[in-house]
Design a protein around this ligand. Sequence first.
Ligand SMILES: Nc1ncnc2c1ncn2[C@@H]1O[C@H](COP(=O)(O)OP(=O)(O)OP(=O)(O)O)[C@@H](O)[C@H]1O
Ligand SMILES: Nc1ccn([C@H]2C[C@H](O)[C@@H](COP(=O)(O)O)O2)c(=O)n1
Length: 211
Amino acid sequence: MIVTIDGVAASGKSSVSSGVARALGVPYVSSGLLYRAATLLGLEAGLDLHGAAKLLAHLQAHPLRLEPLAGGNRVWQGERELTGGLHSTRVDAGVSVVAALPDVRGWVDAQLRALPAPFVAEGRDMGTTVFPQAQAKFYLTASPRIRAQRRASERPEDVPAIEAALVRRDLLDRVQSAPAPDAVVIDTGPLTLDGVIQTVLAQLPQRTPSA
Ligand SMILES: Nc1ncnc2c1ncn2[C@@H]1O[C@H](COP(=O)(O)OP(=O)(O)OP(=O)(O)O)[C@@H](O)[C@H]1O
Ligand SMILES: Nc1ccn([C@H]2C[C@H](O)[C@@H](COP(=O)(O)O)O2)c(=O)n1
């Protein structure tokens, strides 16, 4: 079974996917981490993030590996773990530029499609482009202010600055961020994290042992 959980920035995709994956006993797959890792490598190499050809050549020369686990995903470049540096303010600021490059999107999608099911996949276009065949699809939303308040414990900036950055990223990511027509849309604003996880679990199709 493949379950997709898409949504806007900081809407709770990773936390909810992790909770749902743990309840199901399967891994979750964070597609955003691959875009973040591509951005980090581009920044470290001093590349122009708008330049698809050089960035893609750099990624192919320094392959990334996503390790999808139920409790949290990790990203590796050879023996070097990149995970800890992927949620910095500078990666936040550059990642939408990288994610808009069609060649980079193709590179990410190929890695995701090579993963063995079952899993929960989270991102922006999991239910529309990457896994349109998924058995269950969800799309998370919440107001920018609520998302910024939730994020505040994880970033050095204050709530208004975080909110402004989220709104900017929503705008830049909007092309690939439309909900799938068959996705269940959940406004997470009034719900606790566990409330969202239980809402998702309650709407999953009945599972058979081999599914
Ligand atoms: N329903 C909720 N109630 C309260 N806090 C929540 C809820 N859902 C998520 N959070 C918190 O909001 C923050 C952002 O959640 P998370 O990182 O899962 O979002 P995301 O959509 O994966 O973010 P990004 O798009 O940046 O990768 C985390 O601190 C998380 O614990
Ligand atoms: N399937 C995806 C996943 C992510 N992105 C882009 C959009 C985000 O700005 C960035 C980081 O993702 P996040 O960690 O916020 O989930 O990557 C995308 O375009 N498609």
